[in-house]
Design a protein around this ligand. Structure first.
Ligand SMILES: *Cc1c(COP(=O)(O)O)cnc(C)c1O
Length: 466
């Protein structure tokens, strides 16, 4: 399988090349040259396997030329062996046609572990083979950072730099990052928003000399390997609830459009998915884009679901590429225009294509807290604010008739990762799992920087430059 850039200006690479590069050199995102096909009966077989085995089968379709099935099997066994629930991604039934897919049983209690635990192992193997080192940089709205640090801290060939917006991640999220003190780990608190952090990362990647000197690569959800890993739980969830080749809906709390794009990839691979519901919080650019064709970033509003406090959703470019029938030239113009005008009106034809697969909703802060409270009252269980955004959207989309039939809402984080919001909504404080009981007693270490790429570069060069 070869990977091509959405902007058409970079040579195709294999899976390992896309893994190590992150972003394509022309500023585009890598996409599989064609979608691997899994017919419904094969989806049922794969989706019914134990999780790690299902992951091996699906990753082999994307990575088969770079890693053998045996290598992948060893990696998936280790990666998903770090999860505390044997089912890895358990599905919980809430109502006759409603389920919640729990994606928070990994080492840092959010769904980012599904991809990152695999990514760390893929990186180690690829770098070992090439006898190389890399500096991985990630901008995080909270969960990517902790998942990346946890997965990469013991990689001997990887340095990891994580930029988070100072004061805009939850205390638990921050501690999970900054209390990992290792010579190859650097946390930088940036005075600004997640979008500022993401913009700095983009600027750093555009500096060829810097990229070469520190051997920079990325693990944000622009990295195709992450999305490939995230397609797996759509298959395992579908296989548990679908009758025959019945199509099922998924509602996904969305920020950078990575997780829901993995669902789209699963659908393109042949998994019977009816609609994908994009659930946004008050940062509703994706809802405005899908509902009204208006992809114009507003300023970022801090909410109770900080991992979705994003306006410029990197992976949306991948969807535009598909919706424009993979016309890289057209897409390059659109993205250049977007950069110049700081906004985009999506044309009718593209919008129609998008709406074949997606519906959307935006959920306010009040509605998020009300949903946490409602869910607790009805089930006695606490859910995290990101999950609550998904559930509130799922129920409203069903009510409106935008979704019907079976709906699986992705539960993307453990409630204890966001105790402030959960307590505000219910009066109950969710307990951290035992492995994190002493989190707030652990020493912290981080750098601070203004939202200025030059200052961030200087810090990274100082630590990891030649
Ligand atoms: C990252 C994250 C999201 C958003 O996922 P995207 O892939 O960025 O759309 C939602 N919920 C939680 C808890 C997250 O960590």
């Amino acid at each position: 399988m070869k990977y091509i850039s959405t902007r058409g200006g970079a040579a195709p690479v294999n899976f390992e090349g896309a893994l190590l590069a992150g972003l394509a050199p022309d500023g585009g995102l890598y996409m599989p040259e064609s979608w691997p096909r899994i017919p419904a009966d094969e989806a049922r077989r794969i989706g019914g396997l134990p999780y790690a085995q299902a992951a091996t089968e699906i990753l082999a379709l994307f990575a088969g030329e770079s890693f053998t099935k045996e290598e992948l099997a060893a990696m998936t066994a280790e990666a998903y062996g770090t999860f505390t629930d044997d089912r890895v991604a358990p599905l919980v039934k809430l109502a006759p046609e409603d389920w919640m897919l729990e994606l928070f049983h990994g080492p840092t209690l959010a769904f980012k572990d599904f991809a990152m635990q695999i990514l760390g192992r893929l990186f180690d193997a690829a770098l070992e083979r090439r006898d190389r080192r890399l500096t991985i940089i990630a901008a995080t709205s909270g969960d990517t950072g902790s998942a990346a640090i946890e997965a990469l801290k013991s990689c001997s060939r990887v340095n990891v730099v994580v930029l988070h917006p100072e004061g805009r991640v939850s205390a638990v999220q921050q501690r999970m990052m900054t209390s990992v003190i290792a010579p190859n780990v650097m946390n930088i608190a940036v005075k600004g928003s997640f979008d500022d952090c993401q913009a700095i990362v983009k600027t750093l990647f555009a500096d060829e000399a810097f990229v070469r000197d520190v051997r920079l690569s990325g693990v944000n959800s622009i990295n195709w390997a992450r999305l490939a890993a995230q397609t797996v739980y759509y298959f395992t969830a579908w296989a548990q609830i679908a009758d025959g080749d019945e199509a099922v809906n998924f509602v996904v709390p969305t920020g950078n459009f990575g997780d829901v794009f993995a669902g789209y990839a699963a659908k393109r691979m042949g998994l019977p998915i009816a609609k994908l519901g994009v659930a946004a919080n008050a940062n509703d650019i994706l809802h405005r884009a899908i509902a009204y064709g208006d992809y114009t970033p507003a300023s970022v509003k801090p909410t109770a679901s900080p991992s979705m406090d994003i306006q410029v959703a990197s992976n949306f470019e991948r969807l535009l590429f598909e919706a424009k029938n993979r016309d890289a030239n057209a897409l390059r113009h659109v993205m250049e225009d977007f950069a110049a005008k700081k906004g985009m009106k999506i044309d009718e034809e593209t919008l129609i294509a998008i709406r074949e697969d997606f519906v959307s909703d935006a959920v306010s802060m009040e509605e998020t807290l009300a949903e946490i409270a409602r869910h607790y009252k009805e089930t006695g269980e606490l859910i995290d604010p990101h999950t609550a955004v998904g559930r509130a959207a799922a129920m409203r989309l069903r009510q409106m008739g935008a979704l019907d039939g079976k709906i699986v809402t992705l539960s993307t984080a453990h409630p204890a990762k966001f105790p402030e919001a959960v307590e505000e909504a219910t009066g109950k404080s969710p307990a951290l799992p035992a492995s994190y009981a002493d989190l707030f007693d652990r020493p912290e270490e981080m750098e601070r920087a203004p939202a200025d790429p030059q200052e961030v570069k200087a810090l990274i060069r100082g630590a990891f430059g030649n």
